[in-house]
Unconditional design. Structure first.
Lengths: 508, 261
């Protein structure tokens, strides 16, 4: 069977494109969005420039695909060979990128994992990789959605679940895990795309039960990759127990961190800790965006992250050395910065029996939704969430899992354009009460696409944040937009609830 | 004060067991504890783990971002899903809506009530936020803050709108509303291009649309860019204070407000 398939695809290659190749992932063509971030850098910036600030006012609906299901789309869709692939928990959809009609729909059997979201599938050749709520990695045939293999990447019985879109580098499928409700070790795993066999595993924290040590450091978002230095950059989650820091003294290394990892071996090169000894659930899994540009008068290979804890970090990505740390909204939990540019947590702001008012709230000043970097303006555009929460912890809450309680007090959504050289916010654009779950896409023509808190998809001018176009989708966008060109027409995809919308200029 | 408060908190727990958070004399006839078939509870648990547990915790005692359902007023007031059902099916605040069958809803309701009974049967050292945890401040200092630095008295009065506020809102709910009165009515006046002004309670707002409900209860909306809007949002002053409070300010204020019964 396998041999027949291989022969078949080989003969087809001369006539038709067939999935992704390593070269394509390094330099995605304009007719594709072949990986979670589009390219490896995490900039979520497209060279497509048919839709411009001048003509975007005429943007119209090309098609809408309705899953007809309860689940909101939280996936960043892939676009390869004129087909769109995206997921919701237990479901993968293949849709025609021209018309929006369904090609196939795969359903995973009912299971007891958390069905909190699915960030999307990944592609290697003609195979798709999909992570399930009960921590399995499924390899599907992109032609018809049939299962090639199914392996468990973590033990769902112990409290792990998965929702992320794997990062594919050559023949490595990098998968991360979630699991804050039990004291579990976080890890990143490299899996063989052909067999599902584990190639290596990097643990962010010691095994559960190690005396005095922390657990946690989950790896639940897709990292980025620098081909030149052959380095993977990955964000790690908060330590556990989450709100009780007393039982895990010290910095809790490699939790709430940005780590640089060798994709061949899983060996750590360096780590920068965004939140030492976190007690507020502020993962540092937000996209580590890779930018080559000038900083301090010299060309630099940088990594930028707008972190959930409220700080914007610029690092030298070859060494992990900090170039800039600055808050991008209200932050009240740190005493200052240490010599490494890491915030120093204020012990008085740890959760207490009578509550502590903390900025930002647990959802953070930003979160999983992707930011975008626009090279032309040097603006890092992020969907921020200025907010306050109240955090509680008392002895009765114990030392397992959440171990406390916290409640959002107030928050709103604001799109912020940060000048990476200074950390100063050049413009803001209000997104509404509560906040928005939408990520950001910028394009070469000077446009920024995102969504507001009430369910509108927006096109803004990147240079000043002015609204140029909008459309109500009926439900808030919980994913990050993508764009592609087909038949000479540029499409922008945005999801609203369980519907995928494709926007384009009117056909001529 | 502390002792007085503990007595009251004890009464509150008893009242919660029987009636939800509305304080009732202990002698009042008790609502019988709801019991459910084991299979229904199990089915409800399976669905709860999939769709609810991330936010509300696997044991319904609160998880990431969602409230502790064992202390929820909605759950306390619920009979056979009559309060829980609308929240599940319509959503609430940050919670999305879910399409569930009546049978699925019955399972969820059974599981949530069962977990509530289990949580409440735990004596002492109960997880979560107890009203008595929150009375750590100084009444006098709270009063001073109310009338001084906080300027709370420019909008509120302990003998006016806040008379009995601690009776209407207890524990965590009082603290949350002190910091930000979610859902407080916002008054708006909209003046159209033709010079007509319509006033009422804001019903919707985004970047593009403003809507209000007038005194007769009718909904009106306009394109935001074509009208002049005057907004009176009493909660804005609370947002301004969030950046100024010390934790002591909040606890003093909270302890003072707890005396307004």
């Amino acid at each position: 069977m396998k041999r027949t398939l291989a022969l078949l695809s080989l003969s087809a290659s001369t006539l038709f494109a067939q999935g992704t190749t390593p070269d394509m992932l390094l330099k995605p063509p304009k007719d594709s969005w072949p990986a979670y971030h589009g390219d490896y850098s995490g900039k979520r910036h497209s060279a497509s420039a048919q839709i411009t600030p001048e003509n975007v006012g005429g943007l119209t609906l090309a098609w809408a695909y309705q899953t007809g299901a309860n689940a909101q789309i939280k996936a960043s869709p892939l676009v390869v060979d004129g087909k769109i692939y995206f997921s919701t928990p237990d479901n993968v959809y293949a849709v025609d990128a021209r018309s929006g009609h369904q090609i196939w729909h795969y359903t995973y059997p009912p299971n007891k994992g958390f069905h909190i979201g699915s960030r999307g599938v990944s592609m290697y050749g003609e195979w798709l990789y999909f992570m399930t709520p009960d921590s399995h990695l499924i390899c599907l045939n992109a032609k018809d959605g049939t299962v090639r293999w199914n392996v468990a990447v973590a033990d769902a019985q112990r409290g792990y679940w998965t929702s992320m879109s794997p990062l594919i580098i050559r023949n490595h499928v990098l998968v991360g895990v979630s699991g804050d409700f039990d004291n579990l070790t976080g890890f990143l795993k490299s899996v063989d795309p052909e067999t599902g066999a584990t190639q290596w595993r990097w643990d962010s924290t010691p095994p559960s039960g190690t005396p005095g040590a922390t657990t946690g450091g989950m790896t639940w978002m897709t990292g980025t990759y620098d081909p030149e230095s052959d380095t993977v950059y990955w964000g790690t989650g908060n330590p556990t127990p989450v709100l009780n820091g007393d039982v895990r003294p010290g910095d809790n290394p490699d939790t709430c961190s940005i780590v640089a990892i060798d994709p061949n071996t899983g060996k750590k090169k360096w780590a920068f800790q965004a939140s030492p000894h976190d007690t507020h659930d502020w993962d540092a899994v937000e996209i580590p965006v890779l930018v080559d540009a000038e900083f301090g008068g010299a060309p630099r290979k940088m990594l930028m992250q707008a972190s959930r804890n409220g700080y914007f970090f610029v690092l030298d990505r070859l060494t992990g050395k900090n170039l800039l740390t600055t808050p991008f909204g209200p932050v009240n939990w740190a005493k200052g910065l240490d010599a490494k540019g890491q915030p120093i947590p204020n012990p008085a702001k740890e959760p207490k029996p009578d509550g502590r008012l903390i900025a930002p709230d647990e959802g953070g000043l930003t979160n999983y939704r992707s930011p975008s970097f626009d090279p032309k303006t040097g603006l890092f555009v992020v969907s921020a969430h200025p907010s306050y929460g109240v955090y509680f912890n008392k002895p009765a809450d114990g030392a397992f899992g959440w171990a406390g309680a916290d409640y959002g007090v107030w928050g709103k959504g604001v799109l912020e354009a940060i000048d990476y050289k200074t950390g100063k916010v050049k413009w803001t654009h209000e997104l509404g009460s509560g906040g928005s779950g939408a990520g950001v896409l910028t394009t070469e023509s000077g446009l920024t696409f995102t969504g507001d808190a009430q369910g509108s998809v927006l096109a803004l001018r990147t240079s000043d944040g002015k609204t140029l176009w909008h459309a109500g989708m009926g439900q808030g966008m919980q994913s990050s937009p993508v764009t592609y060109e087909l038949d000479g027409r540029q499409f922008v995809l945005s999801s609203g609830g369980g519907v995928m919308f494709a926007w384009a200029l009117p056909e001529k | 004060m502390t002792r007085y408060f503990c007595v009251l908190a004890g009464a509150w727990v008893a009242a919660t067991l029987a009636f939800g958070q509305a304080p009732q004399p202990p002698a009042a006839p008790a609502k019988p504890a709801q019991t459910f078939p084991a299979e229904l509870v199990k089915a409800g648990e399976n669905l709860f783990v999939q769709d609810c547990a991330f936010c509300h915790g696997r044991d319904t005692g609160g998880g990431e971002s969602g409230p502790d359902l064992t202390r929820s007023k909605i759950v306390a007031d619920d009979v056979d899903g009559n309060q829980i059902g609308p929240v599940v099916r319509n959503g609430r605040n940050a919670m999305p809506r879910f399409t569930v069958t009546d049978q699925q809803l019955a399972g969820l309701t059974a599981f949530i009530h069962t977990q509530k009974s289990i949580a409440e049967s735990q004596k002492g050292g109960r997880k979560g936020v107890d009203p008595k945890d929150l009375a750590t401040g100084d009444i006098e200092k709270g009063k001073q803050y109310f009338n001084g630095t906080g300027k709370c008295n420019s909008c509120h009065s302990p003998t006016g709108d806040l008379a009995g506020v601690a009776k209407r809102n207890e524990g965590l709910r009082l603290m949350q509303r002190l910091m930000y009165p979610r859902g407080a009515k916002v008054k708006v006046s909209v003046t159209t291009a033709s010079g007509e002004t319509v006033s009422g309670t804001r019903a919707y707002v985004d970047e593009f649309t403003i809507a209000l409900r007038d005194a007769a209860g009718r909904y009106h909306s306009w394109p935001a860019s074509k009208v002049k809007v005057q907004t009176d949002d009493p909660a804005e002053a609370h947002v301004d204070l969030l950046a100024k409070y010390t934790d002591d300010d909040i606890h003093n204020l909270m302890t003072y407000l707890m005396t307004l019964k």
